[in-house]
Ligand binder design. Structure first.
Ligand code: TQI
Ligand code: CA
Ligand code: ZN
Ligand code: ZN
Length: 171
């Protein structure tokens, strides 16, 4: 079963067209930014929400950045592995990733088994964290995107029925 945050926070009905921006200090490549756009598209497909990338980091709804260690929100990152990323419940929009992870971008249609150990698939984490940004907590259904486990080198990006039910309850 999916879960929600206490009080069931969600983006309000007058804010269904959401914008996102990357922290300009990160200087991310287009390849990395494309991974996030694919992750947002998976959620947009099953909800009335849209996600548009904008340039202005200050005025967007969702703020994405890679940071190392303490980065100003009292939830420091911890170097390789353990905590990989965190996202806050709506309508906060902060989505932070640990800059010290060995992030990898696996190809569409890859078999999900990579020889790189201790590497974390960026798109898999992005799809999971966007679930949190939209108001989903963790799911008890093994294999769902919101199930709280991920294996290094593993690609898990397809929403399951349970994830879709959760987000469609909210929106
Ligand atoms: N970060 C945790 C997570 O996103 C942060 C967290 C812990 C959390 N408990 C929470 C967020 C409750 C919201 C509600 O789950 S993490 C996974 C997992 C992490 C974990 O770095 O541990 C993924 C990041 F567990 F699902 F695999 C991404 Cl996919
Ligand atoms: Ca870490
Ligand atoms: Zn943070
Ligand atoms: Zn989580």
């Amino acid at each position: 079963r999916y879960s929600l945050f206490p009080g069931e926070p969600r983006w309000p009905s007058n804010r269904r067209d959401l914008t996102y921006a990357f922290d300009p200090r990160n200087k991310l490549t287009e390849e990395v930014k494309t991974v996030f756009s694919r992750a947002f598209a998976r959620w947009a497909q099953v909800t009335p929400l849209t996600f548009t990338r904008v340039q202005s980091f200050r005025t967007s709804d969702i703020f994405i950045g890679f940071y190392a260690g303490e980065h100003g929100d009292g939830e420091p990152f911890d170097g390789p592995l353990r905590t990989l990323a965190h996202a806050f419940s709506p309508p906060t929009g902060h989505f932070h990733l640990d800059a010290e992870e060995n992030w990898i971008i696996s190809s569409e249609g890859g078999d999900g088994v990579l020889s790189v150990t201790e590497a974390i698939d960026l798109e898999s984490v992005a799809v999971h964290e966007i679930g949190h940004l939209l108001g989903l907590g963790h799911s008890s259904v093994e294999g769902s995107i919101m199930y709280p486990t991920i294996t290094t080198g593993m690609r898990k990006v397809e929403l399951t029925t349970n994830d879709v039910e959760g987000v469609q309850y909210l929106y």
